[in-house]
Design a protein around this ligand. Structure first.
Ligand code: SF4
Ligand code: F3S
Length: 392
């Protein structure tokens, strides 16, 4: 059962969510002795912390606060959705960022609680047994499981650059088979969403995004890595609605990737005032000036990093003093230029009748990376006219 996410009536949405949670609650628990309350308590969180977190996720998914108790109920039945997590060509950074923190957040604890039926990094099994586990899980939960795939899919030399397990099965074939019987498919991270570093020129292994090897719809959750909030939020959205979220032109959930980094950035006032860090360590850097001139690609990147942050919500790249690299955009290794240099010639509409904070990837389109700019060049010119600060 899926809910039409275009339905704007909160009353009927609330009812539909209740019915879906009831339905899921009737499915067998993965572990009768486990509960989200237990997991939360064992990790030092109170019920109040949990409800605060549920309120935050509710707001993140653009639902009214009256839905918070329902969100908490939804998390309780999250263990009824079996998940198969595949590793393709990647660094495991997406899994690591979610699961291996010294002080796990409630987001990462949700992953302790859900039913991860197969995850090569986490499971005890290896070799033949691991292969068998995957086949068993795909068979047992056919048509019901959520498939999460981390990593690009090598297709060069007929896919033989990535073989897995004792039978030497090609990664490409495993991904296709697993996608065929999945209820929903999430590409976790930029490699799986867009090819990532594996697909960067000259792309010797012919790595492609997951969406290129399956004809089923793939929800992309890009980022290098994506934030735990974007992964967990996408999962909870599916849990509540049972349908795809609203997606942008690159199949990213709009609730997370609707706005540009630049439009949500705490340094934006400095950009507008023409106050730029000229080089790392200068006076402007100490004063938190805009990082555009030292290579920030925030104006071309759609993600919610400044709002949701990383490392238990403590920080995000621009806050640390290093610009955004554009890691949630397609082909960012090839299209975002040199890391510490600005993309002076790229389109960024702002002051000249252009697109401001409400601009989405849909409105701007893929052409953003190919058209000559005026906005940023104008701002860069202002910075040249302004007298430099002492030490610049
Ligand atoms: Fe923030 Fe980067 Fe935009 Fe400057 S260019 S305001 S640092 S996102
Ligand atoms: Fe990536 Fe930029 Fe966020 S580099 S993590 S999209 S600030």
């Amino acid at each position: 059962m899926g809910i039409d996410n275009k339905d704007t009536s909160y009353d009927s949405l609330y009812k539909a969510f209740e019915e879906r949670i009831e339905l899921l609650a009737k499915l067998p628990k993965m572990d009768e002795d486990n509960s989200i309350e237990k997991v939360i308590k064992e990790n030092g969180f109170s019920r109040r912390d949990f409800m605060q977190w549920a309120g935050m996720v509710t707001a993140m998914l653009s639902l009214p606060s009256t839905f918070t108790p329902l969100m908490a109920e939804a998390v309780k039945v999250a263990d009824r959705l079996p998940i198969i997590w595949l590793h393709m060509a990647e660094c495991t950074g997406c899994s690591e960022s979610l699961l291996r923190s010294a002080n796990p957040s409630i987001d990462s604890l949700i992953f302790d609680y859900i039913s991860l039926e197969y995850h090569e990094t986490l499971m005890a099994a290896s070799g033949w047994q691991a292969e068998q586990n995957l086949e068993n899980a795909m068979h047992k939960y056919k048509g019901r499981y959520i498939l999460m795939v981390e990593g690009g899919i090598p297709t060069g030399n007929e896919g033989s650059f990535l073989t897995i397990g004792g039978h030497g099965k090609k990664g490409k074939d495993i991904a296709i088979d697993a996608a065929n019987d999945a209820a929903a498919i999430f590409a976790i991270g930029t490699c799986s969403s867009f090819g990532g570093v594996q697909a960067a020129a000259p792309n010797p292994t012919g790595a492609v995004p997951l969406s290129k090897v399956t004809n089923k719809t793939v929800i992309n959750v890009p980022g290098c890595p994506p934030s735990e909030k974007n992964i967990v939020g996408t999962l909870l959205h599916y849990l509540l609605y049972g349908t795809l979220p609203a997606l942008d032109v690159f199949n990213r959930p709009k609730w997370a990737y609707r706005l540009r980094i630049h439009d949500l950035c705490e340094r934006r006032g400095h950009f507008d005032a023409g106050e730029f860090v000229q080089q790392f360590g200068d006076e402007g850097a100490k004063d938190g000036y805009c990082l555009y001139k030292v290579g920030c690609k925030g104006p071309y990147t759609f993600n919610n990093c400044s709002k949701q942050k990383f490392n238990q919500g403590t920080s995000w790249p621009v806050q640390t003093g290093f610009g955004c690299m554009g890691c949630s955009e397609p082909d960012f290794w090839d299209t975002m230029g040199t890391v510490n240099e600005p993309l002076k010639d790229r389109l960024y509409h702002t002051a000249f009748g252009g697109l401001g904070a409400d601009a989405t990837a849909d409105k701007i389109g893929i052409g953003i990376l190919t058209v000559t700019a005026i906005g940023i060049v104008a701002h860069a010119a202002i910075a040249v006219i302004k007298p430099p600060k002492e030490g610049e």
